[in-house]
Design a binder for this molecule. Sequence first.
Ligand code: URA
Length: 205
Amino acid sequence: MIHVEHPLLKNLVTKLRNINTSSYDFRKYLSEVGRILLVEALKNEKITLKEVETWVGKGEFPVLEEERYVFIPILRAGLPMLDGVLEMMPMAQSGFLAIKRDEKTLKSVLYYDRVPPLKGKTAVILDPMVATGGSLDYAVKTVKQKNPERIISLNVIGAPEGLQKISENHPDITVYIAQIDERLNDRGYIIPGIGDAGDRAFNTE
Ligand code: URA
């Protein structure tokens, strides 16, 4: 796990925590955190050379093969992060997983899977909250069945319990996280956290 520490991220997380932040701004801040985490996650990425015609003639220049990446937001709260990362890599593919928590058992239930074939691809899972780690664990297991070359997870806020679960169950993936908070409450919410990220992003209760 890589805890990405940057003043811009801390500033954005504080804006997300603020209960007076509107849904519109909440989505915008999630999208910006997603973008910053992506920059960090791909900073040592392999680039290839491609011939480009420039104003001073033809030459070989570095490009990132965007088509080799598949962004996979976990619905709903991962969607604003998808907007942010797609702005940077518009030719990447996207797939969708919907996982909800059974509020009584706190267990994860998959109810929609629209992830394309992942062979030879880098799968980038997007999920703001790693609380118990149940949803992310489920998502990683689902994605692994499609045999991607590599799995990266971009997350905004995690609780120590959930992050430990992911590290133990999936030592082969890299998690980039902007903020590690104190604990979970008895309903599985991160404290202090940002509340229910899906509800806050989409103005529901
Ligand atoms: N999901 C959320 O949106 N918030 C939490 O605090 C925990 C899980």
